[in-house]
Design a protein around this ligand. Sequence first.
Ligand code: ZN
Length: 683
Amino acid sequence: MKKTIFTAMTAMLLVGCCGNKKQALSTPEIEKFNYTVDQFADMQILRYRVPGIEQLSLQQQEMLYYLTEAALQGRDILYDQNGKYNLTIRQLLEAVYTDVQQDTASADFKALETYLKRVWVSNGIHHHYAGDKFVPEFSQSFFEKSVKQLPAEQLPLRDGETVDDLLAELIPVIFDPAIDAKRTNQEAGVDLVTTSAGNYYDGVTQTEAEDFYAKMKDPNDAEPISYGLNSRLVKKDGIVQEEVYKVGGRYSAALEKVVFWLEKAAAVAENDQQRAVIEKLIEFNKTGNLRTFDEYAILWVTDTASTIDFVNGFTETYGDPLGMKASWESIANFKNTEATKRTTIISDNAQWFEDNSPVAKEFKKEKVKGVTAKVITAAILAGDCYPTTPIGINLPNANWIRAAHGSKSVTIENITEAYDQSAHGNGFAEEFAWSPVEIALMDTYKNQTDNLHTDLHECLGHGSGKLLPGVDPDALKSYGATIEEARADLFGLYFMADPKMVELGLLPNDSAYKAQYYSYFMNGLMTQLMRIEPGKNIEESHMRNRQLIANWVYQKSQADGDKAVEMCERGGKIFVVINDYKLVQKHLGELLAEIQRIKSTGDYAAAQAIVEDYAVKVDQKLHTEVLERYAKLNIAPYKGFVNPVYKASFDKTGKFTGLSIDYTEGYAEQHLRYSKEYSPLTK
Ligand code: ZN
């Protein structure tokens, strides 16, 4: 596992929650908070609370404020990384949306509004999750006419460019689905670089890019540099070269502002180590030196004492078809001390879990290294974490740093709370759960057990077990990711039903885990199919993992004739029924033992067989039924967020006196404001 960033995919699991609730976490603030903001296309926009911010010291609040500003200043970078026309298109659409006099009730205008909202969601013109280009539903003539009504100074024109030039360049990019069809092409057998619309390369082929970096790499370096991470690779005057993202280099105007706010944050850091972390990041932004980046990552991962923390910079490489170049992202956050007690208990007992797992002894670790894990409260989401966001992060990504210095694993609980709360009463559980018993179980315990399962998956699951000597870590090849996610999920699921959970105070009683089992099986056997297009099979590794686990246990239960899990029909609809939760745990343990054996021995043939047999194929009849039942509920399959608005106060001498937080900003309002206040890369 190179990196574990929870995607919207994982977050989707949380969406399938339940009707009117009474649960442990419920407080008057949560009851009153309005989590929903907007809905359009396949998106619902939510807002999140930032509880506990008022308990931070004045100095911590000041630092947090500077980090939120440093986060927002990077917004334009991601648009440009996602495609070279994105910033121009955004600017043009926003100008038409706000400044052209027209009939706002017309179908064209409404379609423009939806398209612009989708561009904001995706930080560009490709779907934020699928990566396919989406095309507008307004007419080309409407667009041309509207653009021509704008005064020249509002047009993003380059020197000497006319409005006709601009339209001629952009119209195919916006309207023709065949041009720049995919942001990040992963299809085998084609040049991935030239067929991807992302802006990480310009004028170079895949072979040229691979050759360029192959020459740089030293295969004997025990501390290999993440070459290519912070640059665009271009061919200029016939020479392949990097445009490095740094102050004075590419994205300088944005990075200068990021550095400005980071410097302010460093001046009010909580402690020396944290100050050193920020100063190292500033140095990296100024020099672009990737050795400095590694030094920064080591300082960052070993700072576990600070309350305030952040990610700010070029981090994840999913957007690059070659997996080297990182997109810009930021999350400023602070520790949720109360909830972190839970992850501390898990980490402290890591050895007990390893010793008591159902896998064969030769595949267990004799000595488990505790994983640093904490629960955090996000204060701002930006770049590739906005407006769609992970619910957990595990960094840094460099394997040698993880091995030598460990990694930080976080769960973002104010985000999972928003997902969970916004799903209450949306009719999902009522439609898909077998009976009021399961609905009540999920109502009461699902939020809690989801968080716990995430913790177990992250803190213990991925870190458990060992490879036998000589086994290649990449032996399972394209099946590796599914097997690895299944291993981590199974570890969490198996132990969730163990009496140890109640004994450690992680669950309130011995039936709470059933909420997790039921929702996991309902999702893995049925409801996750709502995200698959008709006729398609399952490709994504997290989804494969969930079907693998649920389907294997179901088939095993059929084969054994024990009826632990059944699929039952009632009133023409299919439901998942769990008759014996303890037996389900037993089967989960059997599967965990087998999955760990496959991993430990690098048994490619077995990995291929188990994934292809259980995880990939979709029952067409059931799929159609799920899609029909889901469509009737009118639930948006993807969620995004608006950020709160922070206002810092200073006295006459410039001393910070406090931070106020406002949750009322709307979705379009927020993006239009960001484009005014945080747009260093546009004219
Ligand atoms: Zn994972």
